[in-house]
Design a binder for this molecule. Sequence first.
Ligand code: HSE
Length: 426
Amino acid sequence: MNKTVNVAIMGIGTVGGGTYEILTQNHDYLLANHGIDFRVKKVLDKNLERVKSFGIPESAVASGVDEIASDKDISIVVETMGGVEPAKTFIEKVLLSGKSVVTANKELVSKHWPTLEAAAKKGGAGLYFEASCVGGVPIIRALRESLQANHVNSLVGIINGTTNYILSKMTEEGMSYADALKEAQSLGYAEFNPTADVEGFDASYKLSILSSLAFHTCIPFQHVYREGITGITKADIKAGKELGYVIKLLAIGKRSGDTVEVRVHPTFVPADHPLAGVSGSFNAVYVNGDFVDDLMFYGRGAGARPTGSAIVSDVVYAAERTEPIYSDFENDGKIAAGITIGKDFTSKYYLSVSAPDAPGVLAALAGVFAKNNVSIETVLQRGGSGGASISFLTHTAQESDVRRSVAEIEKLDDANKVVSLVRVLS
Ligand code: HSE
């Protein structure tokens, strides 16, 4: 027996519009496969022109969130407004009224998941957010429902398409950061204010959600170590190439015993690693579980159609479930008792130092590394009248030892400067 499910969409921008298109264009397909007649009964958006551009009748435009929350015929509400407020207030309101919410809002979920989940439980509603991380790639469902047999050891992802596009252009076409950013903006990948993407905030929101699911504990995003890509130069990319690496903004979640590491930073990825081939605006997440071994999820992490695809999968999921599902860990905003967030990472490091080109300089730098227990694997040096540029690739070292070395190198001589520090994926 077919059933009708009425849906509301709050926010008819790129992703909300894509969701509307899928629900209408694939209406009969969803009906045939799932026996559900999905109808977009209401939309909420102040921009009437944009609403009309998707062929949505003006009569479907709600006057406010209360009209949606009080509509007894609507059972699922899609939130594609973005940002924290008013999305948070609106979502809480509809959850408390008993309607399940499907959201693509990574910032909101990573910052207020416990509050939203509490509202969902109170209202007897579901809260689904497959579209919040890695767009069309079904990584959340995989972590929640396909990998339960495993202790996830690590999750390493390229989970921001804008930065991957910029770094790919710098690597493949020798573009400067500024030119690659401009191109990403003209193609609509990067925002006019690109901070959330290029400074790694977007990736840290997503990593907080993904690592919470993978490691079964809240990992508030404030605990994610974060560095963006704004300091990456053509010289770093060239040195990486010479050493056999491709630079990527990686989001890394690792669990070893009771220690969890969560970090977002530019990383040298060995050129033969599957993540090195993930180019342009594509995303990928490389997961290792104790029984399944390595898995890689690859696809488009943004855009109306891929993100709309993830949203509609949650809409169908919510419509088919008789009972909502919630987190399988205590979702109280706190890291579970006994778990420590590791800050002293272990990695190989690439460091580029500018220093005077004079006898004994290289030996003095090497002495600092030796004193701090950092072993050098490779050195590349170019001298000249303007000074020397010396690049070091270390063997596996502790972050604290490397940081101490950096401070000491810069103290040795006012002319010494550590111009780049890039961690290496092992
Ligand atoms: N701005 C994000 C990116 C897409 O560039 O990947 C949405 O999360």
